[in-house]
Write a protein that binds this ligand. Sequence first.
Ligand SMILES: Nc1ncnc2c1ncn2[C@@H]1O[C@H](COP(=O)(O)OP(=O)(O)O)[C@@H](O)[C@H]1O
Ligand SMILES: [Mg+2]
Length: 259
Amino acid sequence: MSPINNYYVEAPLGVGSYGSVIKASKNGNSYALKFMNGYPEYRHPPTSEQLCLFLHEQEILQEISDSRIPKLIDLFEFNNMLFMVQEYIPGTPLSTQILQGKIFTEVEIKDIIEQLLAILIYLHTPNQGKQIIIHRDLRLSNLILHNKKLFLIDFGLAIRPYNSQDLTLPEPPTNKTSNHNASSSYIVRRRDHSLSNDLFGAGLVAVDLMDSRLAYANSQGKPVCSADFSEFIGKLLKPASGYQTTAAALAALCKIKLS
Ligand SMILES: Nc1ncnc2c1ncn2[C@@H]1O[C@H](COP(=O)(O)OP(=O)(O)O)[C@@H](O)[C@H]1O
Ligand SMILES: [Mg+2]
């Protein structure tokens, strides 16, 4: 396959609702190249909604500088297609690890949720010109675990709640769910523009990770999740009685001792 703007294609990484991602290398470094689906195969240009989400993601990534989130490297047009170049995160998404049969222990799940909340504290805190960012699409396929370090990707639906333009973004597609069916309350929570959306998302990630333990724990006659941790996850999922800030949620999680 001929290179794309001097990027040599190595492997497909994923196909999503509006974009595809490939691994490519340039000058010995690896990158993730994101581009829009259906083009140029069907020779139709992207819809304005697709273009809007695509450009929005690069705008959000431009504001972020954190080792746990891929850096935006470049945006270019090649053969009438738009490509976004991101830092390549090695490792595999949590969704793939579960499909490959990985069973996470409760301690590992607690560590993942602690790391996730720490990333969210960075996003939810304004500093050095960066506005608050709500990710709004926390799910296993958007979390990569590599050498026990967690990375958060896919900022296509992220918003800056004080940026009025972001509030006019197309709503997240309703068929994009976690492992569970989309209930009406799920859809309402996913569209929410407040940080409680991400606390709910962190709760869903915890539920999906616990879900993968179900058959194993049952076969061992052990509980899937201990009482304190289960109460904590329940509180993430219920904002009215839940945590007011991401820092409060992390502090509560750190107090839980698992045997
Ligand atoms: N920067 C990156 N580094 C490594 N893999 C990535 C990166 N960005 C995306 N991927 C891979 O591509 C998949 C789809 O990318 P994502 O940004 O989540 O797009 P979508 O909006 O289609 O879900 C991810 O689940 C992950 O496997
Ligand atoms: Mg994704």
